[in-house]
Design a protein around this ligand. Structure first.
Ligand SMILES: Cc1cc2nc3c(=O)[nH]c(=O)nc-3n(C[C@H](O)[C@H](O)[C@H](O)COP(=O)(O)OP(=O)(O)OC[C@H]3O[C@@H](n4cnc5c(N)ncnc54)[C@H](O)[C@@H]3O)c2cc1C
Length: 565
């Protein structure tokens, strides 16, 4: 079976990458060493930014249909451990901010990783006929100047069968113990805290704990005020299923607890005192040791790493799976352009350059939460309080060599890779905000209003031209310049101020591209465009602003000279 890209590992990072590459017209092979798909919930929290990226990928309706709102899980009950009959202290985790015209998908959603992966597998198979190859392990690879040779071992009728494949690119989405990372010789710096936990999913029988009662997260606290364990409902319709974490303690034998369902239940009763809870089937369980590490580079030559293969950390803050998906979005469009011969290989370096500071920042945040919530010293525990940055809407690539900003030119700006969009500016490198209520200029077009998020796609740059009160000259110049680039890789939108009418003279452009009126003014407000300064925003296929251009032709050419060949 031939393919351009071989992806090793069919977790959420590998599957999101596969779908993004397939959308971009590349052929993909995705191999998974396990004989069966992982049945566990693990990372169930989908952050706002992931939902936005899935909208651009065209799969948000499927995700919304299968996931549930994260709202009920904001009820956190702190219980004494072992239970001394004291009533729980109930804390309602602070509300995330509400949806706004710029941020329309604020509410996080919950979808167990097993069901999330199943959905991605189904889409890839239904739309592209690509099936995850189970029982197929990447064992090693060799890099050549224009291809990679990978050695796979496949289990056929219980026997290992070797296969050597030649591909143009290899991506290791092969998790924390990544073979690809090790063989590339990437350093994986960080620490391994002296803690461990047993985690898994288990059914609860009877009414002592009912996932539909809105119990939210249960946290058992020891007399010395350190946490003993957690439980949260998985909220799978028709199943009373809970995810549990039993935290290590000097009095507990964690290897024994993780050895069988019976030992796990004994351990649970010991730490919580809740012998009234009757358990049913154990779906899965594993002994987990936190590692806080990341690579020094996200790839070399024709081989890359994404997701847990590139960074591992505590689950506190729910960032891991979401970060892996964003690695994949950052890499996919660049790899697609290079493979199609439309961009130089040098843009691939920006994948590592852009993701490194974001992931370093994420590791710091999740480690801080880990020390406060999961492994505090006695007396230093803090309740779960989550900042809005964990929604990942502030992640940005400001200062990246790939982006161009003609408005904010301070080279000494201190960039916080996790926080942008709240400082009163919208800059190159930032997440491109949404803007709803855009109407078609041409009366022949649909009467439906559009939002920019309906327009952004993972396969093209979107060029937003805000002419403000400037004359037709600016628009004509920009449109002419855009004609110098492959039309299938760009889409151009002219956003006219709300005062414009169908008689507005933008005739030449209006005929060749989408012309929209900013009826409610959200476009100009959310992009902070002054009516008297004509501005162009070039939005990348991963939803980040590649360029903020005020000079017209010059700026457009400058940005695309770093992207297209
Ligand atoms: C209890 C728990 C709760 C969590 N909660 C959250 C949360 O709420 N939000 C969040 O964002 N994250 C959360 N995480 C983290 C999240 O689960 C991981 O970050 C995520 O699984 C990473 O996905 P991945 O695809 O990069 O790697 P993985 O899910 O590890 O997938 C890698 C795949 O590669 C396969 N593989 C390995 N080696 C090879 C090889 N040589 N050849 C072929 N295949 C191979 C593996 O079998 C595996 O299927 C949680 C984790 C745990 C344990």
């Amino acid at each position: 079976m031939s393919a351009t890209v071989l992806i090793a590992g069919a977790g959420t990072s590998g599957l999101a990458l596969a779908l993004s590459l397939l959308r971009n017209g590349l052929s993909v092979r995705i191999v998974e060493k396990q004989l069966h798909f992982h049945p566990g919930e693990r990372g169930a929290g989908l952050q706002s930014r992931t939902l936005e990226l899935y909208k651009f990928l065209g799969i948000l309706p499927d995700i919304l249909e299968r996931s549930i709102s994260g709202i009920t899980l904001r009820n956190i009950q702190y219980l004494s451990a072992p239970d001394n009959g004291k009533p729980p202290r109930i804390v309602r985790a602070p509300l995330e901010s509400k949806n706004t015209p710029a941020r329309p998908l604020i509410e996080t959603r919950f979808l167990g990783q097993n069901r999330h992966e199943q959905l991605l597998r189904e889409l890839i198979l239904a739309e592209y006929g690509v099936r995850v190859e189970l029982g197929t392990e990447l064992q090693s690879f060799e890099q050549h100047p224009d291809h990679v040779v990978a050695r796979l071992v496949k289990i056929v009728d219980s026997n290992p069968v070797e296969e050597t494949v030649s591909v143009n690119w290899l991506v290791g989405a092969d998790g924390a113990r990544s073979v690809v990372r090790k063989q590339l010789g990437l350093s994986f710096l960080g620490e391994t805290p002296d803690t461990e936990a047993v985690t898994g999913d288990i059914h609860v029988i009877g009414e002592t704990l009912n996932q539909d009662q809105g119990d939210g997260l249960l946290v058992w606290i020891r007399p010395d005020d350190t946490p003993a364990g957690f439980m949260r409902p998985c909220l799978v319709p028709g199943k009373n299923l809970f995810q549990f974490i039993i935290l290590g303690h000097k009095d507990l034998d964690m290897v024994k607890i993780s050895s069988s369902r019976e030992e796990m239940i004994k351990g649970f009763y010991e730490i919580t005192g809740r012998r009234d809870i009757e358990f049913g089937e154990l779906v899965w369980m594993g002994l987990w040791k936190p590692n806080i590490r990341m690579v020094d580079s996200f790839g070399k030559g024709r081989v890359f790493v994404v997701g847990d293969a590139a960074h591992v950390h505590s689950p506190t803050g729910g960032q891991g799976m979401n970060s892996g998906i964003q690695d994949s979005f950052n890499l996919a469009w660049k790899l697609a352009l290079v493979e199609k011969g439309s961009a130089p290989e040098s843009i691939l370096k920006s994948y590592s350059d852009e993701r490194t500071p974001v992931i370093a920042s994420m590791l710091n945040m999740t480690t801080e939460l880990f020390r406060k919530e999961l492994a505090p010293k006695p007396g230093q525990r803090k309740d779960f309080v989550r900042g809005p940055e964990l929604l990942q809407l502030g992640i940005n690539y400001r200062g990246s060599l790939l982006v161009l900003d003609e408005k904010y030119t301070d080279k000494d700006e201190i960039v916080d890779p996790y926080r942008s969009g709240d400082d009163g500016t919208v800059r190159a490198g930032d997440r491109a905000p949404d803007a709803p209520s855009l109407t078609h200029l041409s009366p022949n077009e649909s009467a439906n209003t559009l939002s920019l998020f309906d327009i952004f796609t993972t396969v093209q740059h979107t060029v937003l031209i805000f002419p403000g009160t400037a004359g037709e000259g600016f628009v004509t110049e920009v449109v002419e310049t855009l004609g110098e680039y492959p039309s299938n890789l760009l889409k151009s939108i002219l956003v006219l101020p709300r005062s414009s009418s169908s008689s507005t003279s933008t005739s030449s452009f209006a005929q060749s591209a989408l012309t929209l009126i900013d009826t409610e003014g959200y476009g100009y407000v959310n992009y902070m465009v002054a009516a008297d300064i004509p501005t162009v925003f070039i939005v990348r296929p991963d939803g980040y602003i590649g360029a903020l251009v005020t000079s017209g032709r010059l700026g457009v050419r400058k940005y695309f000279s770093g992207i297209f060949l």
